[in-house]
Write a protein that binds this ligand. Structure first.
Ligand SMILES: [Zn+2]
Length: 69
């Protein structure tokens, strides 16, 4: 999953959006309220898998602490 930051292509318009998409193609055809299209600002990758790993490590840490007590 990608987090795309896009902004309006009209320099007088300050509209900015953050969109979560699977593919950047999904951003094609988006039109700002003012009628201009959007330009891509930056893209970052979202990794839901990493959050899962962190959760497992957290639970393991709690179990160890319970053993030590
Ligand atoms: Zn606009």
């Amino acid at each position: 999953m990608l987090l795309a930051q896009i902004h309006c292509s009209d320099p007088r318009c300050v509209n900015e959006l953050e969109m979560v998409v699977e593919q950047l193609d999904e951003l094609a055809g988006l039109v700002c309220d003012c009628g201009f299209g959007f330009q891509l600002g930056s893209v970052s990758e979202l990794r839901p898998d990493d959050a899962k790993v962190t959760h497992v490590q957290f639970r393991r840490g709690r179990a160890l602490r319970r053993l030590a007590a």
